[in-house]
Design a protein around this ligand. Structure first.
Ligand SMILES: [Zn+2]
Length: 286
């Protein structure tokens, strides 16, 4: 599943392809790939795409509705097209002629600033992903959005302490909970816990200030390293240009159960924590 670094990479690679393009039509090929609270996507025709950004694992295309054809949408401030990639969602920009594939769920026809026709495809093999055209008020109705925790790359030690305070569950469960902290999934939870030498089963509210500071630094370092390498590609993830990331080559623990620990050389353990496969070093992580 794409996590923070992968979604950040998609946002960065999608931006130059769609910035200032105008939406000309929208086709939803699989109705359940559209969030139930969404503004009807065809009412977005005439909207211009501004910035492409990320919040947690959610991709946000900002829309300028000044010239929307639909009178109700025209001039709506802070309109966004939000895309949750979930397991296998992928956004790519194709030529104006290309036909949708078997897993294409939504197609947005675009007119680029130089007048060329293009298409934004949302493909999703497993079909858990969703697209949502929304105002800030509509986003607030979405519990996933409303409850989303802080961005880890913006957190300071006090903020991180507040995230973990009173959490009696496993440390890894807290990191994975999008309401506690946004954007972390299985890969970056395991990698950051190894880097900080903390046991994923450790009760989240028992960390010393020093350990918490170390975990926050490790988490940020792992996320920044992965962003610098365009994310991790294990299975389906590709950026908006269809390219793979490279951070999977730097994994210390994820997918390495039974292989030697990079610190002590003993075999890494594989257990389940928070219902997820978890790889860690029983000797190095306390
Ligand atoms: Zn070890």
């Amino acid at each position: 599943m794409p996590e923070l670094p992968e979604v950040e990479t998609v946002a960065r690679t999608l931006y130059p392809l769609v910035h200032n393009a105008v939406l000309e039509s929208a086709k939803i090929l699989r109705p359940s790939s559209l969030h139930a609270a969404s503004i009807p996507p065809d009412s977005l025709c005439g909207c211009r795409i501004g910035t492409v950004r990320r919040r947690g694992k959610l991709l946000l295309l900002e829309l300028d509705a000044a010239n929307a054809h639909n009178a109700a949408v025209r001039g709506m401030p802070d309109l966004v097209l939000a895309v949750h990639l979930r397991m296998t969602g992928r956004l790519t920009v194709r030529s104006g002629q290309e036909q949708p594939g078997p897993h294409t769920r939504c197609v947005f026809a675009l007119r680029t600033p130089n007048g060329a026709a293009a298409q934004l495809f949302f493909d999703d093999i497993r079909a858990f992903g969703v697209v949502l055209a929304a105002t800030p008020a509509i986003l607030q109705q979405w519990s996933f959005w409303r409850e989303l925790g802080p961005e880890p790359l913006d957190l300071d030690e006090n903020g991180f302490a507040a995230c973990l305070a009173g959490r009696k569950g496993a440390l890894k469960a807290a990191l994975l909970d999008q309401r506690v902290i946004a954007g972390i999934g299985n890969i970056y939870a395991d990698e950051s816990l190894f880097a900080a030498r903390l046991d994923p089963r450790r009760r989240a509210d028992t960390l010393t200030a020093k350990q918490r500071g170390g975990l926050l630094r490790s988490l940020k370092a792992v996320l920044w390293q992965s962003i610098a390498q365009c994310g991790s590609s294990i299975r389906d993830y590709r950026d908006a240009n269809g390219n793979v990331g490279a951070f999977q080559n730097s994994f210390a623990v994820y997918g390495r159960g039974g292989l030697p620990c990079r610190i002590c050389g003993r075999p890494l353990g594989k257990i389940r924590v928070a219902g997820r496969g978890t790889v860690f070093c029983p000797r190095c992580q306390k």
